[in-house]
Design a protein around this ligand. Sequence first.
Ligand SMILES: Cc1ncc(COP(=O)(O)O)c(C=O)c1O
Length: 468
Amino acid sequence: MLYDKLKKYSKSGVYPFHMPGHKRNTALSDGTMPYEIDLTEIDGFDNLHNAEGCILEVQNLAERLYNVKKAFLLVNGATGGILSAVRAMTNRGDKVLVARNSHKSVYNALEICGLEPEYIVPAVDDEFGINCSITPLQVEKAIVKNPNTKLLIITSPTYEGVVSDIKEICRIAHLHNVMVLVDEAHGAHFPFSKSFPSEAVASGADAAVASLHKTLPSLTQTALLLTSNESLINSLAENLAIFETSSPSYIFMSAIEKCLEFCENASAFDEYIKRLNSFNEKCKSLKKIKVLCYGNDEVKNHRFFDFDISKITVSVRRLDINGTQLAEILRNDFKIEPEMVCSDYVLLISTVCDTDEGFARLINALQIIDSKCSVKELNAYRYSITIPKISVKPCECSGKDGEFCLLEHSIDKISLEYVWAYPPGIPIIAKGEIITQDIANIIIAQIASGINVCSTKGKIPKEIYCCI
Ligand SMILES: Cc1ncc(COP(=O)(O)O)c(C=O)c1O
């Protein structure tokens, strides 16, 4: 299909008097740059924004594997899909219900689409301090309180693998004529094993965005926008033409094809599940370190509807080291680089491409750290996300006059910027919200424990941009 066609064309002897500027001249690099298959929309190579040929075939493959009516290939990450889907599913001024633990791309979509958000705040897990599932009851209450809601946006699975009851949530939302968009960026692998939770569109979501590059063997920036709601297909396509590049990378698109072909091979996923099961057994030997839903910990200990076992969240809350220190030990002593570091835990992402050696190295490291570290007294969590006080709609913030304030002097002022820990990229405060002492404390505590906290204007940790 696409990849083979690109390869064949690279050997065809046709001279490129067209973009890209490297002219497929492989002599320009030491062979590491795949110039020979980096094409543009020349004759016979289809057009992502109006796919009819070899790109449509890749989309059809995705539709079959994800069991959806329409799959759009994304080359600007899940971000491009989220911006497009939110704009396609709303009109300016609409009220939208949004899980507060949404990625910043969702907040950016709210702002550029001129939407009025109402947040649903997930409970925080007592042991791990992570966000629990959004419950159907929370959704029902929020819809009843906001009867003119147009769209519900929810992240499932979360970065840490927490899954919400999308089926029941969609049933309730649809009863009230509310559409549902699921940010499934971390769940692209769900269709490929029964050991993973159900996919969002199959569970009733009107649209979902899945990042292939996060949990499957694809290139960074590749993702899919999925829907089985036929009435949305045209407006999704129109909006993708706005938010996605007009020069989509054929390398990315052929990486999507290769990834999907790989995923058709179920045996790789069977092997992967065996590795995860074996890791689970070995985690039972850990005495102080806790691994979320692994070893002696179970899904039923948490307020989770379901859990994605590909995520390995290692809590050091009971140990005399913090998350940053655990990450340093893993990095320096065991040559293991984690995905995300928080004050009390470290998140490691496993995928179907991990090796037995990789898992052996991880469990060996955890067992050694577990035996060397001491236990500390357990403190209750001091921080949790609360319902933000929205003073100005995010879309109305851009015209406002602002000034930089020292964080400690910003209490009760309106933030004109986003502040987030990266990763995961979930805002601690969003534009138009009132800065409370609790929020300032969270920012200060995160920075103190070595977390990378960023802001739109870039002056955090010292200053935050506020409304005058
Ligand atoms: C939950 C969630 N949604 C969306 C995104 C954006 O994905 P991408 O980097 O593919 O644009 C991320 C990125 O980390 C994420 O964690």
